[in-house]
Design a binder for this molecule. Structure first.
Ligand code: ZN
Length: 84
């Protein structure tokens, strides 16, 4: 007695559904405009310059949507990214 066979416990799967991202790659956020590392003071941008650029874009877009006489067949959802 007492000499029972040890039950083999099924090991858990290596990939847990609770962690979609690997914890070993803490990539810092990047500026959506120029791709530089984000400065905490200008989140989510890297500098005041980029923050202003985005603000101007946003304002311009708002004014355009408000009713600007644009003859161009431009898609308001498309953003111009060819500017530096
Ligand atoms: Zn930037």
């Amino acid at each position: 007695m007492g000499d029972g066979g040890a039950a083999v416990t099924a090991s858990e799967p290596p990939n847990s559904p609770n962690s979609p991202k690997p914890p070993n790659s803490p990539k810092p956020p990047k500026c959506p405009l120029c791709g530089k590392p984000v400065d905490a003071k200008f989140k989510p941008f890297c500098s005041k310059r980029c923050a202003n650029i985005d603000l101007h874009r946003w304002l311009s877009n708002s004014y355009a949507i408000a009713g600007a006489p644009h003859d161009e067949d431009e898609d308001p959802a498309a953003e111009r990214s060819d500017q530096d």
